[in-house]
Design a protein around this ligand. Structure first.
Ligand SMILES: [Fe+2]
Length: 304
């Protein structure tokens, strides 16, 4: 025996109950993607769906955290109209909106772009006082393969933490700052030079706010880990240097394989996810190809 020590640990089994027992949906079909989260929805036309179908869709979103709804054909106005049925679309201040549609941000990766917009693990805009509850993307054009959006279930991330660490983190807040993520993006010629989406970032108006490390979902009442390397600067009352050792441990845990799924895009698919209980990551694996999405975010509440 050469006497090596093991440098890995196994993740205990973890799963999200609704993935294994979808409701008896009456207005569409739901196919869960992994044991952690995510589902593909078919058999629903968002332009003609009645109120009962939309209410059921929101239940599916609450259960599965992220939905990929196939086979839609949505003009920008129709996408906005659908978004309004789930909440209030809010403009996103860091990019120029689509001409004539202040609620829509177009996310376009050109074939020569080096970096994908959203290509880090994050929950959208968690440096805002009231981060968006839902984000929706409508796929206008997708690469032939690649460009999946990956997701991670943060209920599972919180619930599988060591109980002693959970106790330690109970009630603790983190400072989430635009400066952590957007400032790097907005000031790096290399990133900006190869990313089509314009990010308007004003160094004199940095958004930052304290949010709980674990937030309670207003509908399910469950707690979800709510910190990520794209926005979190430090624990309240501590420096970034003091905070990073534990934060990095949490960030690594938060993207454990068993918590994740990947949703594959097709032209005409619309994805919606719940930023209050999952993180996402735009996979940049389609060099030489174009990807075009229309994004709308819906107003959320202050995390508690
Ligand atoms: Fe995002």
């Amino acid at each position: 025996m050469p006497g090596y020590i093991s440098t890995y640990t196994y993740q205990p089994a973890a799963g999200h109950v609704p993935q294994f027992a979808p409701r008896d949906y009456k207005h569409f079909s739901v196919e869960p993607v992994t044991g952690a989260m995510g589902a593909v929805v078919t058999g629903l036309d968002l332009t003609t769906a009645g109120d009962a179908a939309i209410a059921e869709l929101e239940e599916a979103l609450t259960d599965h955290l992220a939905l990929m709804i196939r086979d839609q054909d949505l003009a920008p106005d129709q996408q906005v109209a659908f978004a309004r049925r789930l909440g209030s679309p809010v403009p996103w201040p860091h990019a120029k909106p689509m001409e004539g549609h202040p609620e829509i941000t177009e996310l376009i990766q050109e074939p020569n772009d080096k970096y994908a917009f959203g290509g880090t693990w994050h929950s959208d805009s968690c440096s805002f006082e009231r981060p968006p509850k839902y984000t929706m993307l409508y796929c206008v054009e997708s690469p032939p393969v690649g460009g999946d959006t990956a997701f991670s279930n943060q209920y599972l991330a919180w619930e599988t933490l060591d109980p002693a660490l959970r106790d330690e983190l109970e009630g603790v807040k983190c400072l989430n700052s635009d400066e952590v993520g957007y400032a790097t993006v907005a000031t790096s010629d290399e990133v900006m030079g190869h990313t089509t989406t314009t990010i308007a970032f004003d160094r004199d108006h940095i958004e930052e706010v304290l949010h709980p490390v674990a937030r309670t979902h207003p509908v399910t009442g469950r707690k979800a880990l709510y910190t990520n390397s794209s926005f979190t600067a430090a624990f309240e009352g501590k420096t970034q240097e003091e905070s990073l050792p534990l934060l990095e441990k949490l960030w690594e845990h938060s993207i454990t394989q068993e918590f994740t799924c990947r949703l594959r895009w097709k032209k005409g698919s619309l994805a919606i996810w719940d930023n209050r209980c999952c993180m996402h990551y735009a996979t940049s694996d389609y060099p030489g190809h174009r990807r075009h999405m229309r994004r709308i975010v819906l107003e959320g509440e202050r995390p508690v």
